[in-house]
Design a protein around this ligand. Structure first.
Ligand code: ADP
Length: 392
């Protein structure tokens, strides 16, 4: 019996030892597995965190690209569209008429995907009619982008600048060429009476060049200072000064300038020099385009917030079809009548600039053969007294 018990004890002891060793091994393996799992979990965590970071960053970049006023379209390496911002959708449109725009984008994109950066203009018939510029941009890994820009305004300004330079050159060329010709004739002229006449004509041409340059300088100053300084300018004083400025030319032709009495308390808010220039230009025109011996009137009215300065003549008038264009730079109703009167075609552009710089406007009503009324509407100084003109 004791032998049996001893054997059983021995077997149990061996089994326990084996179990312990095996348990130890299992525990070690499990710990190892746990460690591996743990590190995998940590890596997965990091990946999830970096994916979330990437998503947040891509949302930020997308919001930034949405805010850009340029159209942006991006495709992947297989030519599939990944992104198109709102500006691209707006500029290119989605009507059937915009099929031309779509195929131009596709061509530019295909060239960019093949590594060729290209820029091409695209006229969109609209409405509104626009000129777009498409730029293809190759991106890494065969992806590509097309940037769409609306260049209509830039093109329009370039055309205005080109016209302006051409007009200035033309306007200056004529009197300068005349001066050259007169000087040449003068060089071989001995008759004193003829010499005097030629010198007189040279003075006229030099005066004309000077006048054009003065008007151009005025215009460029007005464009350079878009907002007129805000100070009270007495209307009565400015009207008086403008009338004195044109009086010699009016007297010479027997034209009477009738200025209504203007209240001394009426002030316009703005810039005295600009207002004087506008009013003098209107009065010069009224005199220039009136017959000898006629009347030109200047009046002021107010409704308490706006002061209206009116210059009326009984001259040749302006055909109604021309009324929209007379405020354009260098525009003359009839080049012939402009030249004869020494006009530059810039006077009314100056007047319109002054009006807009003051937050006001200039209006015209005219009947051909009967005369014209130009009205300059300007902001009155607040608290103006006397709604009708009273003797100053
Ligand atoms: P200009 O120096 O030729 O007078 P403006 O810009 O002052 O240039 O005027 C543009 C054109 O408008 C003039 O050439 C003229 O044909 C017409 N015009 C302007 N004011 C008058 C007016 N009071 N009566 C008739 N025509 C006018």
């Amino acid at each position: 019996m004791p032998l049996v018990l001893g054997s059983v004890a021995l077997v149990l002891g061996a089994a326990t030892a084996w179990l312990s060793i095996s348990w130890l091994r299992t525990t070690r393996r499990s710990a190892e597995q746990l460690r591996v799992m743990n590190s995998r979990l940590e890596r997965a965590d990091a990946t999830v965190a970096s994916l979330a970071g990437l998503e947040a960053r891509s949302a930020t970049v997308e919001a930034a690209v949405q805010a850009v006023p340029l159209g942006v379209i991006v495709t992947d390496d297989g030519g599939r569209e990944l992104f198109r911002n709102d500006a691209a959708a707006r500029l290119l449109g989605d009507r059937p008429a915009d099929a031309l725009a779509s195929s131009a984008v596709a061509e530019t994109m295909a060239a960019a995907a093949a590594g060729r950066a290209r820029e091409r203009p695209l006229d969109v018939l609209g409405p509104p009619r626009r000129t777009l510029s498409l730029s293809g941009v190759p991106l890494p890994g065969g992806a590509a982008a097309v940037i769409v820009e609306d260049v209509s305004e830039r093109r329009r300004l370039e055309a205005v600048r080109r016209d302006f330079v051409a007009n200035v050159s033309h306007e200056l060329k004529t009197p300068v060429a005349a001066l050259g010709l007169l000087a040449e004739t003068l060089a071989s002229e001995e008759d004193l009476a003829v010499v005097r006449r030629l010198v007189g004509r040279m003075q006229d041409e030099a005066f004309r060049v000077n006048h054009i340059i003065d008007d151009l300088l005025d215009l460029s100053r007005l464009e350079g200072e878009p907002m007129a300084p805000h100070e009270p300018v007495p209307v009565e004083a400015v009207v008086g000064e403008a009338v004195e400025h044109v009086r010699p030319a009016a007297d010479f032709r027997g034209i009477r300038i009738v200025a209504d009495a203007i209240s001394r308390s009426w002030n316009v808010i703005g810039d005295r020099r600009q207002l004087l220039s506008a009013l003098a230009n209107l009065l010069e025109n009224a005199v220039k385009y009136s017959g000898d011996g006629s009347d030109v009137s200047v009046r002021a009215r107010t409704d308490g917030t706006t002061i209206a300065l009116e210059v009326e003549d009984r001259g040749i008038g302006i055909p109604s079809r021309e009324l929209d264009r007379i405020f354009e730079r260098f525009y003359r109703v009839d080049r012939g009548r402009g030249r004869g009167t020494g006009g530059t075609g810039l006077g009314l552009s100056i007047v319109r600039h002054v009006a807009t710089n003051h937050g006001g406007e200039v209006r015209v009503s005219s009947v051909e053969g009967e005369g014209s009324v130009f009205t300059l509407l300007l902001p009155a100084q607040p608290g103006l007294v006397g709604l009708v003109a009273e003797a100053g």
